[in-house]
Design a protein around this ligand. Structure first.
Ligand SMILES: NC(=O)c1ccc[n+]([C@@H]2O[C@H](COP(=O)([O-])OP(=O)(O)OC[C@H]3O[C@@H](n4cnc5c(N)ncnc54)[C@H](O)[C@@H]3O)[C@@H](O)[C@H]2O)c1
Ligand SMILES: N[C@H](CO)Cc1c[nH]c[nH+]1
Ligand SMILES: [Zn+2]
Length: 431
């Protein structure tokens, strides 16, 4: 069952360190296997992708053509969805698109005192590959979250890969791809799909960047191909941290913890509260509600291995502990959450107040649900339009500018013993 800790406990520090230790999800054997698959796909292309897909996902592909899902098939899936699903998907897609449109960046220029123009040009990446996980569950919401910012950024070629264990093409996944502007999809997954996107095969031209969450094989393959292609981040198991003043119904908080615990046995769900009686109440809610959950076994393992209810001295101390954890999702389930948010700097997404339940962020609030995990929120951001844009510096030096800057470059270049640099600058000086 979930651990109960208090910051007043004598051994709180070592217990806390054990709780937030991050190496639980990296297995060297998985890394070795994933890298071998990537190398094989790089060498043998389509043939290797087909073999691995048939082996791991139990398909019967004869050629890569059998794995292709066309734009027409995606649109067909959208048109034939049950009305409630179509409407929900469209509402979510609209909100996600509108939110991400605010992230579009514009280029800029400045003109210096010599009339030289300096600036930054923004262009979209030419081609991206979206990894949409499909091993244990299908994630239409992740299609929207990955593809929509790419589409808003103006990426012309958006390829999607998604494993279809047993060959079932999830219609919601295809419909979401239609709404979010995916150009073409392949029913392939795992390390072999990442390799196909990175190195290209006869059927699939290589892409410039690969984004999207996945299991340990996908993460290891992304790490391996980074450098050849760009990647977004290595997303680890889901995390939720709730700070509560003890006045939100205990069942709500228990279910919020379950909502991320149900993703994975390695997911992390933590409650911080200064109210010890409330902590006990949430514990009771967990015991009451857990047997009713279809994914009970996963939730139980996740809470037992990586979950905790921590009683703090006060809400300010709860904020300090939360900042150390730097969680993927942080709910401030208190009165006047604005009062606490300035004390919190590191989190993928902050949900303010009792009504801002994390599940809304997963599907339809608007912000992206692909977020930094495993404490990487200290230096990393949610997936966004900016991940699909790149910047190019523009330098247009006037004749007068060259006269002023060449002597500066000359001195610095000679200081570095780079005489060709110095001389090429000096050639621009008027005699
Ligand atoms: N952060 C997010 O936004 C987000 C969103 C959705 C899902 N997720 C996470 O993504 C993960 C998805 O994992 P998943 O497994 O369900 O799907 P997945 O698509 O990531 O992995 C399935 C693939 O793994 C490969 N694989 C499985 N066993 C293998 C083996 N023994 N050897 C080699 N390859 C093997 C297969 O090729 C298979 O197609 C979960 O941890 C989930 O929590 C995260
Ligand atoms: N909470 C996940 C990211 O940690 C995203 C997701 C998809 N579907 C439901 N939830
Ligand atoms: Zn979720």
């Amino acid at each position: 069952m979930i651990k109960q800790l208090s910051t007043l406990d004598q051994d709180f520090e070592p217990q806390f360190e054990k709780l937030v230790a991050r190496d639980a999800s990296v297995d060297p054997e998985i890394t070795r296997r994933a890298e071998a698959i990537v190398q094989d796909v790089a060498a043998r292309g389509d043939e290797a992708v087909i073999e691995y897909t048939n082996r791991f996902d139990h398909l019967n592909l004869k050629t890569m053509e059998d794995a292709i899902v066309t734009r027409e098939e995606m649109l067909q899936a959208l048109e034939t969805l049950p009305a409630d699903q179509k409407q929900a998907l469209e509402t979510a897609a609209k909100r996600i698109r509108e939110f991400h449109e605010h992230q579009l960046e514009k280029g800029w220029t400045i003109t210096d005192s010599y009339g030289s123009v300096l600036g930054q040009r923004i262009t979209a990446i030419d081609s991206v590959g979206l990894y949409v996980p499909g091993g244990k569950a299908a994630y239409p919401s992740s299609v929207l979250m990955n593809a929509m910012p790419a589409h808003v950024a103006g990426v012309p070629r958006i390829e999607m890969v998604f494993p279809t264990p047993g060959g079932e093409r999830n219609q919601l996944v295809l419909a979401a791809a239609a709404l979010a502007g995916v150009s073409r999809a392949f029913t392939i997954g795992g390390a072999q799909a990442v390799a196909a996107l990175a190195y290209g095969t006869k059927t699939l031209d290589p892409v410039d960047k690969i984004v999207g969450p996945g299991n340990a094989y996908v993460a290891a393959a992304k790490r391996y191909v980074f450098g050849r292609v760009g990647i977004d981040m290595i997303a680890g198991p889901s995390e939720i941290l709730v700070i509560c003043d003890g006045k939100t119904p205990a069942d709500w908080i228990a279910m919020d913890l379950f909502s991320q615990a149900e993703h994975d046995e390695l997911a992390q769900a933590i409650l911080l509260t200064p109210d010890a009686a409330f902590a006990a109440e949430v514990q009771k809610s967990i015991e009451k509600l857990l047997p009713t959950m279809p994914r009970k076994a996963i939730i139980e393992k996740s809470l037992a291995n990586r979950g905790a209810i921590i009683v703090t001295r006060d809400l300010l101390e709860a904020c300090k502990v939360a900042d150390t954890i730097s969680p993927e999702h942080l709910e401030i389930s208190t009165e006047n959450p604005e009062q606490w948010v300035d004390h919190l700097r590191h989190a993928g997404a902050i949900f303010m107040g009792r009504w801002s339940v994390e599940a809304l962020g997963d599907y339809c609030a608007g912000p992206n649900h692909v977020l930094p995990t495993s404490r990487t929120a200290r230096f990393s951001s949610p997936l966004g339009v900016y991940d699909f844009l790149k910047r190019t510096s523009i330098i247009h030096v006037s004749e007068a500018g060259a006269q002023a800057l060449a002597p500066v470059a000359d001195v610095l270049a000679r200081g570095e013993h780079l005489i060709a640099h110095a001389t090429s600058a000096d050639y621009r000086l008027k005699k």
